[in-house]
Design a protein around this ligand. Sequence first.
Ligand code: AMP
Length: 585
Amino acid sequence: MLEKMEILDVEKLVGDFEVMTKDAENVQRQTLKMILEENGCAEYLQNMGLNGRTDPESFKACVPLVTHKDLESYIQRVADGAFSPILTRKPITTISLSSGTTQGKPKFVPFNDELMETTLQIYRTSFAFRNREFPIENGKALQFIYSSKQSKTKGGLFAGTATTNVFRNSQFKKAMTAMQSECCSPDEVIFGPDFHQSLYCHLLCGLIFHEEIQLISSSFAHSIVLAFRTFEKVWEELCDDIREGVLSSRITLPSVRSAMAKLLKPNPELADLIENKCSRLSHWYGLIPELFPNVKYIYGIMTGSMEPYLKKLRHYAADVPLISADYGSSEGWIGANINPSLPPESTTYAVLPNIGYFEFIPLKENVEEHMQENGNVSFLSTEPKPVGLTEVKVGEEYEVIITSFAGLYRYRLGDVVKVMGFHNSTPELKFVCRRNLMLTINIDKNTEKDLQLAVEEAAKLIAEEKLEVIDFSSNVDVSTDPGHYVIFWEISGEVSDEVLKECCNCLDRSFVDAGYVSSRKVNAIGPLELRVVWKGTFHKILDHYLGLGAVVSQFKTPRCVGPTNNKVLQILCDNVVKNYFSTAF
Ligand code: AMP
């Protein structure tokens, strides 16, 4: 009975969302009012001369647009334990470390109960829509989730990645239970300090509960692909553990060993079953439904920098639907995926108008001028003129600005989105790219998406040989004259020089941006270089970020490595096996 009561009322959640999105403009006004009334006494807002006004017009007139750099000193004071209210009235007790894959080091951003509440709201909203189309039954979720170490700042605040702060929050587990998505792994595995050991145990737990698994998820799709790539290597060992009921000696952490001992019992039938299934599969195609016969869908962020992993994920998933998770960041959430039956490539995110105050800088008017920022190029017009949530236009691209309940005011998130339509009066956004992830030498501009498309095109040439690009990154090399693009590839097997030369030419030709093509034709940009790196190189990059306090759950491979990210560049350059220059132009 109790269990039943805890299950979410999906129809009510959908109904509430419909009501709220019909009145998005008003809800935005009210939300801004709440944020400013609650935090107007904080030092940052006091200095802006709002004098108690909470309307959007005064807010825009008084408060400047900022980037993380502008707020760094305020956030640092919060982290150092400042006594007075700096960004919010209520003291901030937790700091989130954003993944920091763009700039090479994690950033500090404030986290509080209100942010936790909006996180749960977004989870519940998308679950409600998802569950109408893909209902799950009572069972378990195989969640590849990991926690970073939670440290303390100088001022005694907890600091961890945003996902860690969420997973550690007591509300998280309750919410997962209400969504029938309880993780099959014990806490000791989720919060274990060694990601490799946790991953192995997640897989083992998944196999133990294989018939109960209703969904497979992670924060970002990369972790799911990484998990099943690992499975390919360790499946025999996993089967041995299940057969004997004894955990592999690779698990050395006593807390993890004792938690797993409670679940692991000798089960030779299950070991035989898995062994049989694995040996029957061809190239691991359809591994997921084979192992987990009742799985309803696979869930995790699959758009943006996660798109390159879709091909591999589909290979493992066969006909199990892939559903992209919601859109947000350590700084705050933005939108929910309320059209779960759309494939990840077409996924849009409907903005929840009560979780923050949102503005959008139209990119069309602001692209004339560009400037160098931290070695990456970002586009900044002298005076960007943001528009409100309900003023955006279908088909246009915008940079997202967040005002949150956690002390960020008119904060440039750095993401580019495209408005694909409206749900009632709230926009449905497609994630386009990070704004500063640009390959550019002179007049050329290529985004992460352009790079992804070029790589997809060129990778077709090795797919003919049943090989794949495991991961990729890029860099602009201006040490040569003229400068040129460098693309790094990790490939799943041996490819002939001939084919790789073709791939290199194909990459060069696939950047169709007019600035690039014209520069290449007159040799104002030199021939593109393809550098093939050793297998395992991208794992080293992941390990590097983990060493900096990042967490696998939030990891995004840096697709364009700028000079500020010299450690990653060094890892890539140190691991080059061979390189090729394009002869396409
Ligand atoms: P983090 O800094 O680790 O909090 O990561 C936040 C960033 O991840 C966002 O600013 C986006 O660039 C990216 N991101 C988050 N959600 C999505 C999504 N649904 N689709 C594409 N990219 C996303």
